[in-house]
Design a protein around this ligand. Structure first.
Ligand code: MN
Length: 288
């Protein structure tokens, strides 16, 4: 068994999370890193805000007809990351996600900035040949780097494709450079602006292969999710994002993340509340 002891700081966990790592089928893990955000910082506080919002929800879901209290999942808390050291922080995240996977548990990562996904993807891609990513985001994240830095939250999906050879399915994108659009048209399954319709159309080809799902909360319109570092008007509704989860539940998803919640810009707490609700549905879809 992987030893999480000393790697994480555990506060109040996500509601109804169990105390036992050994018996858990799904592990929530916070990655409180916001070192490369290109606009407004603050996503390092996202995981804790999501946990704190969770008791405002029911443990039972009328969407899935499941109850968190009947599922075996564990909240490992937030990783202790070396502040400001991007490379070492990514190593800590990769090693921990890898350990969780080795124990045959489902990693559910809470960001943090989107770059944390690259670390998790390194761990998952090493264990799951043929991995594809289902990526929900306002931004294409297909830059090779940002201001000369390859390690940037704006470059995460480029490196997933280029360095790790992962097949990319991108939904809801509504912000990109001309070069990113060209790259997407050549190399990724690129579905701008919309989520539910194209996701439904892709289900047949996604079925039966290992998938990593990455949700950048800014895929949702800032009217519903203002608490994020790079808000982009013109997005989907919170209801549409919630409706995507049961579609994903039919697929062979092996790991999941939700990133870029930044509580400092979330005065009414609605972004954290939406994230907490999406996480509840994700736990219900993939924990046993
Ligand atoms: Mn984004």
């Amino acid at each position: 068994m992987f030893n999480l002891g000393g790697l994480c700081e555990r506060g109040g966990g996500y509601m109804a999370a169990g105390d036992d790592y050994l018996s858990a089928t799904l592990v929530i893990l916070g990655a409180p890193m916001d070192f490369t955000g290109s606009f407004r910082p603050g996503s390092r506080s996202g995981p804790q805000a999501i946990r704190l919002a969770s008791p405002g929800l029911e443990e039972y879901s009328i969407y899935s007809n499941k109850d968190l209290r009947e599922l075996s999942f564990f909240d490992a808390g937030d990783l202790l990351l070396p502040l400001g050291n991007v490379g070492r922080s990514l190593e800590v995240i990769e090693k921990t996600v890898s350990g969780i996977l080795c124990d045959n548990k489902f990693p559910l990562l809470l960001g943090g900035e989107h770059l944390v996904s690259l670390a998790a993807l390194r761990a998952v891609a090493a264990k799951k040949p043929g991995l594809a990513v289902v990526h929900f985001d306002a931004h294409a994240d297909l830059r090779s780097g940002y201001m000369g830095e390859a390690h940037s939250h704006a470059a995460v999906m480029y490196h997933a494709y280029n360095d790790l050879g992962i097949d990319l399915y991108q939904f809801g994108i509504r912000s990109a450079s001309p070069q990113e659009v060209e790259f997407a048209n050549q190399h990724t399954h690129f579905y701008p602006f919309h989520v539910l319709g194209p996701l439904r159309d892709c289900l047949a080809e996604l079925r039966g292969r290992p998938l990593y799902v990455s949700i950048d909360i800014d895929v949702v319109d800032p009217a519903f999710a203002p608490g994020t570092g790079t808000p982009e008007p013109g997005g989907i509704t919170s209801a549409e994002l919630l409706a995507a989860v049961p579609l994903l539940a039919e697929l062979d998803v092996v790991a999941f993340d939700l990133v870029e919640v930044a509580p400092a810009y979330d005065p009414a707490g609605i972004t954290a509340m939406l994230a907490a609700k999406v996480i509840r549905e994700v736990v219900m879809a993939f924990a046993k």
